[in-house]
Write a protein that binds this ligand. Structure first.
Ligand SMILES: NCc1[nH]cc(CCC(=O)O)c1CC(=O)O
Length: 312
């Protein structure tokens, strides 16, 4: 490809790091890339994401891509709405970072060491619901802002702890702040957490194939496909109390041969601050069906489905 690809990104430190990483991968294969920063409503507003709605971080970037201002857009995959955008195509899912959530607590404390009444900051209904469901008497406090702002709330003594995505800290070189990486048994991450989505225009086949061949990681794509199918089947967006994690596991086929399969776990809020969990294993080629199956089981077990403005 002889033309310079314009790669669109939000302007936050995290987004710039992520886009820079994708740009470097393309450049290493001889593709000319220029970063273009697009400001989004999510960057300008400080209202809780649950109020301003799904897609606040991604819609301006998607519009810029559809309108031809940029040729590729890099998103945190978990911030994308589940509804497909007919103007665009998912060109690549790069190798995913560790998807787990991380606790950043005062005095090096672990989650189980936080005394009852400790304040824990998170703006995510998924994290809040799972924290309350542990029954530790933690006080969940609303929290927004970029990663550095969130960490400062603990350093300043405003909050006893915050829960953030480990991947965000990894990309910003702040893994040192973590006091505990949370076990998915206690805290399942957001569907697609730690993964990036690289989108192109639906009719830009050259860019799609080039980007896919250089940047796409099929295993990451399969895992995220299962998690997102679960989320979509619950009619829930990125601010819903739904967590999911798909992992490649070694299994045996009917003839006893080793095969890699997809193990999907899901969690959803039910009534009264409780959660319900479910899991299943399937072939990597059946990722979407796996997501729908685990979602159906969660619904059977009483998952509360809320969509629209009342969604929490
Ligand atoms: N909703 C904000 C957001 N979007 C992506 C990340 C972190 C990086 C990732 O999950 O890929 C974060 C911050 C956080 O949840 O702590």
């Amino acid at each position: 490809m002889t033309r310079t690809l314009r790669l669109g990104t939000r302007g936050s430190a995290l987004a710039m790091t992520q886009a820079g990483w994708v740009a470097d991968r393309l450049r290493a294969e001889g593709v000319a890339v220029e970063l273009v920063t697009i400001s989004t409503e999510g960057d300008r507003s400080s209202a809780p994401v649950a109020e301003i709605g799904v897609g606040v971080f991604t819609s301006a970037l998607r519009d810029a891509l559809a309108e031809g201002e940029v040729d590729l857009a890099v998103h945190s995959y978990k911030d994308l709405p589940t509804a497909p955008d007919p103007r665009l195509r998912l060109a690549a899912v790069p190798t995913r970072e560790d998807p787990r959530d991380a606790l950043v607590a005062r005095d090096d404390l672990l989650l189980a060491e936080l005394p009852a009444g400790s304040t824990v900051g998170t703006g995510s209904p998924r994290r809040a619901t799972q924290l309350r469901a542990l029954g530790l008497g933690l006080e969940v406090r609303a929290l927004r802002g970029n990663v550095e702002t969130r960490l400062r709330r603990v350093a300043d003594g405003d909050l006893d702890a915050v829960v953030v995505a480990r991947a965000g800290l990894a990309r910003l070189g702040r893994l040192d702040a973590i006091t505990e990486t949370l076990d998915p048994l206690q805290m399942l991450p957001a569907p697609a957490q730690g993964a990036l989505a690289v989108e192109c225009r639906v009719d830009d086949a050259d860019v799609e194939h080039l980007t896919q061949s250089i940047v796409d990681d099929p295993a990451s794509r399969d895992a995220v496909t299962a998690e997102r199918a679960l989320l979509a089947a619950l009619d829930a967006g990125c601010s819903a109390p739904v967590g999911a994690l798909a992992e490649m596991v070694e299994d045996l086929d009917d003839e006893g041969r080793a095969v890699t399969r997809l193990f999907l776990r899901g969690v959803a809020g039910t009534a009264r601050d409780a959660v319900t969990r479910a899991s299943a294993i399937a072939e990597t080629t059946a990722a979407e069906q796996l997501g729908r199956d685990v979602a159906a089981e969660l619904l059977d077990l009483g998952a509360a489905v809320l969509s629209g403005p009342e969604r929490q």
